[in-house]
Design a protein around this ligand. Structure first.
Ligand SMILES: CC(C)(COP(=O)(O)OP(=O)(O)OC[C@H]1O[C@@H](n2cnc3c(N)ncnc32)[C@H](O)[C@@H]1OP(=O)(O)O)[C@@H](O)C(=O)NCCC(=O)NCCS
Length: 170
């Protein structure tokens, strides 16, 4: 496989934090850069998701600019990873992994037992990313996305990070 790590991004400059209402524009823009029209979330979707019980969004900042984020909804002992987006120009530099480690670490502390997510079956980069994070496919949802693409439902387990990540470590 072609080496996708090419830019030598300095990951130690990343700062992770919970998102604030003022981040909304940046999140919408990153999602639009990551996904085609019709699949990317609209502003209203972000509003809706942020109001759901048990939902929170973690952002990764570099130089005071958001470069990645993840939306999570927790329900007692289960967690749903709604989306994880890394700015396209910075993908493949370990940012997604760092964010995921943070999420899985926090899930562990919150006594979450299972993390579920849906990923488009024609998104090999994300599927390979989630597999590398220990997730596996449990089922396929036919025509799940508005463009009629199938989704794979993947599931994984929380895990403690063996290093300190940003300001969110409890
Ligand atoms: C999927 C995504 C979140 C991964 O984040 P990332 O920061 O690019 O990934 P990382 O650099 O942390 O890579 C971690 C692992 O994922 C896999 N991976 C990442 N990019 C890859 C690529 N282009 N091809 C194959 N595998 C890849 C590798 O296993 C990699 O480990 P390695 O670098 O040791 O080989 C990111 O690419 C993204 O935002 N994509 C667009 C939005 C999206 O599809 N999100 C998923 C929504 S369900």
């Amino acid at each position: 496989m072609k080496d996708h790590r090419t830019k030598g991004f300095d990951i130690s400059g990343l700062h992770l934090r919970d998102s604030l209402p003022a981040d909304l524009e940046q999140l919408v823009n990153i999602d639009r850069l990551c996904f085609p029209e019709g699949i990317a979330y609209a502003k209203e979707d972000f509003h809706y998701l942020s109001k759901k019980n048990g939902s929170y969004t973690v952002v990764a900042e570099y130089d005071q600019r958001i470069v990645a984020f993840a939306i999570i909804v927790t329900e007692t002992t289960k967690m749903h990873l709604v989306t994880l987006d890394v700015l396209p120009s910075l993908q493949g530099e370990g940012i997604g992994s760092l964010l995921m480690n943070q999420i899985l670490n926090r899930a562990c502390l919150d006594k979450i037992q299972r993390v579920d997510l849906e990923v488009a079956e024609d998104n090999p980069k994300a599927i390979s990313f989630y597999r590398a994070q220990g997730f596996h496919t449990v089922k396929r949802l036919r025509k799940y996305y508005p463009n009629n693409r199938d989704a794979l439902v993947m599931t994984g387990k929380p895990k403690r990070a063996n290093f300190e990540i940003g300001s969110l470590v409890k």
